[in-house]
Design a protein around this ligand. Structure first.
Ligand code: UDP
Length: 273
């Protein structure tokens, strides 16, 4: 693997970032709901090169039993990075960082959930980072919140999340990996959009009080934009399709079944011979 080269500047003389974005511009985002057929709920997010899948199982019986909470469901979040998610092979054993991020994500999601409706149960949220290019904890929250909604877990709101930060003295939103590594600061945040209540706020690097206030306002604006995308992704998954669209889907299923049967038939025939 070629060693990563530190860029000469993170903000160009024209005021643009290393990937050509304006300071307040998000990376391209794609959200999908229902990407795993077996899970009770699931969602994926592509945010620039960052790509994450979240799967939810539950509410279901909790094992080991000593974790049981008598007055509510236990929200168990497992954030993991695939070994191939970063250019340097990620060691497969869960790292301290992954454990900390799992806890941070659970704390960011919990305030929106009515977990008291399922005492003693568990809601499992499995998050797999397929490709990491900065901002994975925030992107994971965006996907996990959608996956929880897809699983039908009662909630008062979806939770959008984004990181804001500082590079070459300029406040920026939705940091990529280089900005995260070589910038002067990073503030991941998550909110309940209607009330602007913060459910996640961390800070790396130093900011003046004014900078932090401005950065947080940029973050709130970005979260509200993300919230619209989340709602749109849910609508796409759940709004009833027109009969024509349903027919098209049935045709695709039929094609798949035929192919499969043919393949199986051929395989058996070869064995008999
Ligand atoms: N990263 C990495 N190897 C690791 C962990 C992280 O290369 O084992 C990279 C990855 O691109 C990640 C970035 O470092 O997105 C920033 O990590 P951080 O802990 O700040 O969390 P994130 O910004 O992803 O929420």
């Amino acid at each position: 693997m070629s060693p990563e080269i530190k860029p000469d500047f993170l903000i160009s003389p024209e005021g643009l970032r290393v990937d050509g974005r304006r300071p307040d511009e998000m990376r391209p985002i794609e959200l999908k709901v229902g990407v795993l057929k077996q899970a009770d709920g699931s969602a994926s997010i592509r945010q620039g090169k960052t790509y994450i899948i979240a799967g939810v199982y539950g509410p279901r019986e909790l094992h080991p039993r000593h974790l049981t909470l008598n007055d509510r469901a236990y929200l168990r979040v497992e954030y993991r990075m695939a070994t191939f998610s970063v250019p340097d092979r990620k060691r497969p054993a869960p790292s301290r960082r992954e454990k900390e991020i799992s806890m941070v994500i659970a704390n960011a999601l919990k305030p929106a959930l009515f977990l008291e409706e399922f005492p003693k149960a568990v809601v499992d949220v499995f998050i797999q980072v397929i490709q990491a290019d900065g901002g994975t904890r925030c992107a994971a929250i965006n996907a996990a919140s959608l996956a929880l909604a897809d699983a039908g877990i009662p909630m008062k709101s979806l939770i959008p999340s984004v990181a804001v930060g500082k590079a070459d003295g300029q406040l920026i939103v939705d940091l990529g990996d280089e900005e995260d590594k070589y910038g002067q600061g990073d503030v991941p945040m998550a909110i309940i959009p209607n009330t602007e209540e913060l459910t996640l706020l961390q800070q790396d690097g130093s900011f003046t009080r004014e900078e932090l206030q401005e950065a947080m306002q940029m973050g709130i604006n970005a979260c509200k934009y993300l919230h619209e995308l989340q709602k749109e992704a849910l609508r796409r998954a759940y709004v009833k399709k027109t009969p024509d669209e349903e027919d098209d889907e049935d045709d695709e299923d039929d094609d798949f079944d035929d192919d499969l049967e043919t393949d199986l038939g051929e395989a058996e025939l070869m064995e008999d011979e």
